[in-house]
Design a protein around this ligand. Structure first.
Ligand SMILES: O=C(CO)[C@H](O)[C@H](O)COP(=O)(O)O
Length: 234
């Protein structure tokens, strides 16, 4: 059922794109449906130039003959379509469950609009039930982890933090060669302040709070897909 809902959200978001657009391609199981649908359109002659947010999405897009470029070759995109781990009523997101948050944020920030696609279980009243992914440089990992723990205590985190590992037990490496620390807050009462505090820690490369980036969302449920719109990009 869940895959069906992800597909429905991706189908609805196809209405956001038109031929000739430059499109950011998200990462994850929901974004994967969108890339599949886009590939089918490209096979029918749809013109686009896309920037993928991960090596996994790049490989999928290449397999579907979707034309790819980079942010070295073009500096702006018309729209990015991506999944999310959580979205709140102010269009703030937690992303990075698929470890692609850094490229996802760079691509979203280079886009005129970021459109989220998800099943409606991702809509939350308060962010934080999903552990916040924090991308960190491997150098000085223990010191960075300690500083993250201290910031979590200041922000009233209900849980701890853990280095994300692969199934074989080794530390996961992102496409950028960094690690991910998953921080269990329970609830994040001041996402803006937390964002600033985390970015002040030298070993933190980026975190999965997306604030002021998402402008629309398609949320699919058994009773249909709704389009939420509201946040105007600053
Ligand atoms: O942020 C992400 C990857 O870094 C994904 O968009 C997020 O984890 C949602 O994934 P899924 O669509 O598989 O639930």
């Amino acid at each position: 059922m869940s895959e069906e809902l992800k597909r429905k959200a991706a189908e609805a978001a196809m209405g956001e794109i038109s031929s000739g657009m430059r499109i950011g391609l998200g990462t994850g199981s929901t974004a994967r449906h969108f890339v599949d649908l886009l590939g089918a359109e490209v096979a029918r002659g749809f013109q686009c130039l896309c920037v993928p947010t991960s090596e996994a999405t790049a490989a999928q897009a290449r397999g579907l003959a979707i034309p790819l470029t980079t942010l070295e070759e073009i500096d702006r995109l018309d729209v990015t379509i991506d999944g999310t781990d959580e979205i709140d009523g102010a269009f703030r997101l937690i992303k990075g469950g698929g470890a692609a948050l850094l490229r996802e944020k760079i691509v979203a920030a280079a886009s005129e609009r970021m459109v989220v696609i998800a099943d409606d279980s991702k809509l939350v009243e308060t962010l934080g039930r999903f552990p916040l992914p924090i991308e960190v440089n491997p150098f000085g990992l223990a010191a960075t982890a300690r500083a993250i723990g201290e910031a979590m205590a200041r922000f009233g985190a209900e849980g701890g933090h853990a280095l994300r590992r692969k199934p074989d037990g080794t530390a996961l490496l992102t496409d950028g060669g960094h690690h991910i620390i998953d921080a269990s807050f329970g609830r994040i009462s001041d996402a803006e302040a937390l964002s600033g505090a985390l970015l002040e820690i030298p070993g933190v490369v980026q975190h999965g709070l997306f604030i002021g980036l998402c402008s629309e969302a398609y949320l699919a449920s058994v009773s249909g897909t709704i389009r939420l719109s509201g946040h105007a990009k600053p």
